[in-house]
Design a protein around this ligand. Structure first.
Ligand SMILES: C[S@@+](CC[C@H](N)C(=O)[O-])C[C@H]1O[C@@H](n2cnc3c(N)ncnc32)[C@H](O)[C@@H]1O
Length: 247
């Protein structure tokens, strides 16, 4: 992520929608909570407000700097899943808002999460459904409409994202009381502000847009404006899954 401040202004408004159901899925208020792939800290902020002792981890030092500045009450650690630098049974709960879809080895990640949770500890994870994510697919559609060659980065998670498949992996990793729910909502945002937020943040999926020469960029932007316009009033449809289980 090139610009955490842009991520915070743009994408974090989209990810915030699932923070409440994610924390609710953990059950009664956990004391020691691990925020996985904390980004700019939407889960950390909500968990601190609930009185949890929060440890926030991310693979991006820039994201961690934001969380450390913004939430001095949280413990902030660099970590790249599937490896976590914590002892067995260190946490009562672990929550990952839109990070599991970034990891390349889902079974190894779930095994590591099982290890760092105490017996009875709760896990909750969200991810986007790749085919129903209009709020980001509109950028890929704009690139195609502007005839800009675009190969989305490999997303190994797609192979395991179906609810029954993911639930099976949770069970195989040793989790019980496993469930996967679908969350749908509309991301109500000014399409021009959404363009700025996503393009300036330059995350791995759409940094290709920032690399274009000015005239190509203008063409992509014109296509985006046309494709995004129908969603200006009611918002972009969004679909995510929420998985939970107990160690
Ligand atoms: C879409 S953002 C979500 C951030 C935050 N949880 C939120 O809801 O806004 C994904 C985050 O996961 C981090 N990330 C990506 N791959 C990771 C990995 N393998 N281990 C740890 N963090 C990772 C990224 O740096 C980014 O901050």
């Amino acid at each position: 992520m090139r610009d955490p401040a842009a991520y915070d202004r743009g994408f974090a408004r989209l990810t915030s929608y699932t923070v409440e159901p994610l924390l609710d899925a953990l059950g009664p208020r956990p004391r020691r909570l691990l925020d996985l792939g904390c980004g700019t800290g939407v889960v950390t902020a909500a968990a601190l407000a609930l009185g949890a002792e929060v440890t926030a981890v991310d693979s991006s030092p820039a994201m961690l700097d934001v969380v450390a500045r913004r939430h001095p009450g949280a413990t902030v650690r660099g970590a790249t899943l599937p490896v976590l630098p914590f002892d067995d049974g260190s946490f009562d709960a672990a929550a990952g808002n839109f990070v599991i879809n970034h990891v390349t080895d889902t079974p190894a990640t779930l095994a590591e999460l099982h290890r760092v949770l105490r017996p009875g500890g709760a896990l909750a994870l969200t991810w986007w459904t790749s085919e129903e994510m209009t709020a980001t697919n509109v950028f890929a559609e704009a690139l195609a409409a502007a005839r800009v060659p675009y190969e989305p980065p490999a997303r190994p998670f797609t192979a395991v994202e179906r609810p029954e498949r993911f639930a099976g992996l949770l069970t195989a990793a040793g989790f019980g009381e496993v469930g996967v729910r679908t969350l749908r909502w509309r991301h109500r945002v000014d399409p021009a502000a959404w363009w700025t937020g996503v393009v300036e943040a330059a995350g791995p999926r759409f940094e290709v847009i920032t690399r274009q020469p000015p005239e190509t960029l203008a063409r992509v932007r014109a296509c985006y404006d046309r494709l995004a316009a129908p969603y200006a009033a009611a918002g972009f449809p969004v679909c995510a899954r929420l998985a939970h289980g107990l160690r």
